[in-house]
Structures are given as structure tokens and as C-alpha cells.
Design a protein around this ligand. Structure first.
Ligand code: IPM
Ligand code: MG
Length: 363
């Protein structure tokens, strides 16, 4: 038996996860995968019900599951909650408790969506890159952290910290992923200013000695941000720390026309993973039935591929999504040229229906 813990979360989370679960159920039956699912409260909805964004029962279910599918967490209504209890903290704790240190954020452009990008189509056509973000250390988790009085002045502080083993394990992942792709790895740091980056670069270089087939390069994070919007196709795999990866992955996602299209995986050393769309909870459109479920549906595909080793089912979902896009169906966020008469706009469940229908037609 394979078990998947499902955490719908907040905002548009429940709506998009609902569609993703329908797709998971369909491939589960069709490929007799023997997957059982269970749903758990997480994020703001858990805080509302149990005064904590990550109830023990949810954490326990995630520990026991073979993989986790998440919608999204957070929303402005929780900004006033104590910092320790905000939905985002629940997500950070879940990543940390399960040691999900390797965050894979692919940015690939579906050819049908080249017009939805804010960059010229020729700059992004065929884009297919992967950002590997370290997810359980760095500025997000470093100690000391806090807000305190220093000589009578309120002062906020965080610490950017990476140990050699932490850098080594994410670097190894980076090289391994590069080996399976275009064999080019760009490590992004801020070595000209930060000691933590000095160590980062040294360790990445050292790990690289074991991967002579991978072309390793280094880039400062500010330059990387510029290069991403100047000539994004130069990248194959980027490996970087937690905060840089957070920022660069949003920029990379937008290159593809819609952050509403991109899945992500957060893996531990054994390959167990948490799968979630790159986008957030979009509280402004929650409950309206217009959110794009494709990033979450593609997260299911990633989960089948990386954690559950069901490549056939994953390929079927990817093919179904491509065929739906080719047929001209779009959610509002990816309409690009809205005057295009060949496109028709559907809502969340309409998109889910279309993917299910397409699944019946792919080999
Ligand atoms: C992300 C998000 C999270 C992060 C937030 C919600 C804590 O922005 O997954 O990129 O900063 O890691
Ligand atoms: Mg982010």
C-alpha cells in the first residue's frame, strides 16, 4: 500500500487540490497503483480549528505517508496571528521536521503558452530549467534570530548559516540532477560579500570534482536575477541557498507566463517528498472557482515520478495537460493574448474535467 497525505491548506488550496485529487484518483484506478489518500488540516485552516498551523496529527500523518500533496497556505487574515503560529511557520516547520532539504522548482515553458510570458516569445521559447533550492537551513532557519532592544533601539536580526554537510548534500543533488539533464550546473551565491557564500562555493567546487561530466559555473545572485530576465535559456540547473532560491524561483516561474503552471517537490535524503504548486494561496480569487489547478495537477505527476516511481502514470498526466493546452483551453491566468479566438477560458473544475477527459485519450 502506498499512502499519500493531502493538505489542501488555505485560499485557493482546497479548490485546486480537489481537482488534483480527481486526477490522482483516475490514474490510481487506471494503473492500479494501490494508493490510499487521507486529508489533513494545515495552515490557516488548522490554526482556526486548533490554534496551530501544524497540528500533531497532521505532522504524524505526513511522517507516515509515502508522499505529501499540498495546496497552499497563508493569507492576509493571518498576518495578525502571533508570528510562531502563522501558516507559513507551519510550512517551514513541516519542511524542517521531515528534513525536506532539496527543493526542486522546474521552470519550463509549455510551447502553447509562449505568449503568456512577459518576455519576448523568442527569449523563452523552449525554456526548460530547474532551480534546486536548499530548503531547511540558511537565512530561514539560522540562529540567532529575533527582534530585541540594542542600546535602546529595536533591532531585528537573522543569521545566514550553512554547514559543510548541508552544502555538500544539496550540491550532490544538484550534480545528480544535472547529470540527468543538460549536464550544466550553475551555483548561485554572494561570494563577494558573504562568508557563508565563500564556504558554499568552496564545497560546491569540491563536490564537483566527483562529477567531471558536469560543467560547473558560479554566479552572484544579483547577476543571476539579471541573467534570468535577460537570457534565461542559458541555464540548465541552478543550485542555491534558501533565500536566494526563494527569490530566483519566483522570477523564473514568471518567465513561463504563469506561476499557475509550475509544480515543485521538496525531498528528503530518501526521496520522500512534499509536492506543491509554486504559487501561493491567492486569497483574492479564493472561492471563485477560477484558480488554475494545473500546477497542482502537475505536482501530482511530479510526486508519481519522484517519490512513488510511477513514471507511466506521471507521463500520462503530463501528456493530458499538454493536450488540454493544445486544444486551446486556458484558465484566466494564462490567457496571454485574450483576443485569441482559438482560446477558451475555463474555471478550476472545467480545467480539471478537461484533464480527466484527456487522460482517457492518452496512451
Ligand atoms: C515558497 C514560499 C514560502 C517560502 C513561504 C510561504 C514561507 O514563498 O515556498 O517559496 O518562503 O519558502
Ligand atoms: Mg517563495
Amino acid at each position: 500500500m502506498t499512502s499519500v497525505a493531502i493538505l489542501p491548506g488555505d485560499g485557493i488550496g482546497p479548490e485546486i487540490v480537489h481537482e488534483a485529487k480527481r486526477v490522482l484518483d483516475a490514474v490510481n484506478t487506471r494503473y492500479t497503483l494501490g494508493i490510499t489518500t487521507s486529508e489533513h488540516l494545515f495552515g490557516g485552516t488548522a490554526y482556526d480549528a486548533h490554534d496551530t498551523p501544524l497540528p500533531d496529527s497532521t505532522l504524524q500523518a505526513c511522517r507516515e505517508a509515502d508522499a505529501i500533496l499540498m495546496g497552499s497556505v497563508g493569507g492576509p487574515v493571518y498576518d495578525k496571528a502571533p508570528r510562531e503560529l502563522r501558516p507559513e511557520r507551519g510550512l517551514l516547520r513541516l519542511r524542517s521536521e521531515l528534513d525536506l532539504f532539496a527543493n526542486l522548482r522546474p521552470a519550463m515553458l509549455f510551447s502553447e503558452l509562449a505568449n503568456a510570458s512577459s518576455l519576448k516569445p523568442e527569449l523563452v521559447a523552449g525554456l526548460d530549467m530547474m532551480i534546486l533550492r536548499e530548503l531547511t537551513s540558511g537565512l530561514y532557519f539560522g540562529e540567532p534570530r529575533g527582534i530585541e532592544l540594542r542600546d535602546g533601539v529595536r533591532t531585528g536580526f537573522n543569521t545566514m548559516v550553512y554547514s559543510e554537510p548541508e552544502i555538500e548534500r544539496i550540491a550532490v543533488r544538484g550534480f545528480e540532477i544535472a547529470m540527468q539533464r543538460g549536464k550544466r550546473l550553475c551555483s548561485v551565491d554572494k561570494m563577494n560579500v558573504l562568508e557563508v557564500s565563500e564556504l558554499w562555493r568552496e564545497v560546491v567546487e569540491r563536490v564537483g570534482e566527483s562529477y567531471p561530466d558536469v560543467e560547473l559555473s558560479h554566479m552572484y545572485v544579483d547577476n543571476a536575477a539579471m541573467q534570468l530576465v535577460r537570457a534565461p535559456k542559458q541555464f540548465d540547473v541552478i543550485v542555491t541557498g534558501n533565500i536566494f532560491g526563494d527569490i530566483l524561483s519566483d522570477a523564473a516561474a514568471m518567465l513561463t507566463g504563469s506561476i499557475g503552471m509550475l509544480p515543485s517537490a521538496s525531498l528528503d535524503a530518501a526521496g520522500k517528498g512534499l509536492y506543491e504548486p509554486v504559487h501561493g494561496s491567492a486569497p483574492d480569487i479564493a472561492g471563485q472557482g477560477i484558480a488554475n489547478p494545473l500546477a497542482t495537477i502537475l505536482s501530482v505527476s511530479m510526486m508519481l515520478r519522484y517519490s512513488l516511481k510511477q513514471a507511466d502514470a506521471a507521463n500520462a498526466i503530463d501528456a493530458a495537460v499538454s493536450s488540454v493546452l493544445s486544444s486551446g483551453l486556458r484558465c484566466r491566468d494564462i490567457t496571454g493574448d485574450v483576443d485569441d479566438k482559438n482560446l477558451s477560458v475555463v474555471g478550476t473544475s472545467g480545467m480539471g474535467d478537461a484533464v480527466l477527459d484527456a487522460l482517457n485519450h492518452v496512451a
